[in-house]
Design a protein around this ligand. Structure first.
Ligand SMILES: [Zn+2]
Length: 307
């Protein structure tokens, strides 16, 4: 486990290993605004949102929420929208200019980008690298960091990428999507170890954080953190229920069956005794609060070696 406390140049603090709850319009479009409002209104320490969603939904997002995101004291990670553009719900014409415009406007702290490495065979590696240089130079003036996403597990691809990568202080992390590491947990761990060794030992990029994208199962967070993963993000805080005693998930509807004694469960049990209708209406609010609270506790315990 690599424990670190980083002070970013805008004075915000990032402690690792850390989990960042993320939000995308693809999975839960029907209640996207409720969840966005929830994430920002709860003053969650860190969150990740898609630049693509924010750009195309801007006219529908109430000003107060938009302002809340851009003035947040927490760390705002902005995903480039590479995931959402595959479905192209709003438009297929997403590009770097729109991404940088949105990052600037929302005042995000960290931009997570360069999704096209190894995805589209029509794009040559060097074309992708020039995208990276453009991004880096254009974001420089806005005090924003970035992370690079590598969509591949093949060591030769990662090696050729690292060979050509110009590291500067603005590059915060290298990310690899969890699913790209393989199908089974064993193989994922094997590939992860090889990749981490390559980046940190062989190339000596010790300061760069390693971010495993799309990973939010509590038990896996713990295991991957032991192997040296420093950042995680994922969407399951909104569709599964965290069972703290087992470091596991169950169905979201079962909050009252898991005997949790956190303050949110405590309060919801009281509400249930008094008014069934209020209980039903407030159920999601308390359940998501329970989830985020336990993710926070889990990461705190991982950092202190008590998980
Ligand atoms: Zn609880």
């Amino acid at each position: 486990m690599i424990k670190r406390k980083l002070k970013l140049i805008n004075n915000k603090i990032l402690e690792t290993p850390e989990f960042i709850p993320s939000l995308t319009s693809i999975k839960r479009y029907d209640n996207y605004f409720d969840l966005l409002y929830y994430l920002t209104n709860q003053k969650i320490t860190h969150f990740m949102i898609s630049a693509y969603d924010l750009y195309y939904l801007k006219t529908e997002i109430p000003n107060e929420i938009y302002n809340q995101i851009s003035n947040s004291n927490g760390l705002c990670f902005m995903d480039s929208g590479g995931f959402e553009i595959y479905t192209g719900v709003f438009s297929k014409n997403w590009n770097n200019d729109l991404l940088i415009k949105t990052a600037k406007e929302i005042n995000s702290d960290i931009v997570v980008s360069l999704d096209k490495i190894c995805v589209n065979p029509k794009n040559s590696f060097l074309e992708d690298l020039s995208n990276y240089n453009i991004m880096r130079n254009r974001l420089k003036d806005y005090q924003q960091f970035y992370e690079i996403v590598i969509h591949g597990k093949h060591i030769s691809t990662i090696r050729s990428f690292l060979d050509n990568l110009e590291i500067d202080k603005k590059l915060l992390a290298i990310c690899i999507p969890e699913r790209n590491l393989g199908n089974s947990f064993d193989i994922r761990c094997e590939n992860l170890k090889t990749i981490l060794h390559l980046i940190k030992e062989e190339y000596g990029f010790e300061e760069l954080l390693f971010h495993l994208m799309g990973c939010s199962h509590p038990l896996l967070l713990k295991k991957y953190a032991e192997l040296g993963v420093e950042l995680f993000d994922g969407i399951h805080w909104q569709d599964s229920l965290f069972i703290p005693t087992k470091t596991d998930f169950t169905d979201l509807s079962r909050l009252m069956d898991i005997n949790c004694s956190c303050r949110y469960c405590y309060k919801l049990r009281d509400i249930r005794k008094i008014n069934k209708k209020d209980f039903e209406n407030l159920y999601m609010y308390y359940t998501l609060s329970h989830n985020l609270f336990h993710f926070k506790e889990l990461m705190k315990n991982i950092r202190s070696g008590q998980a």
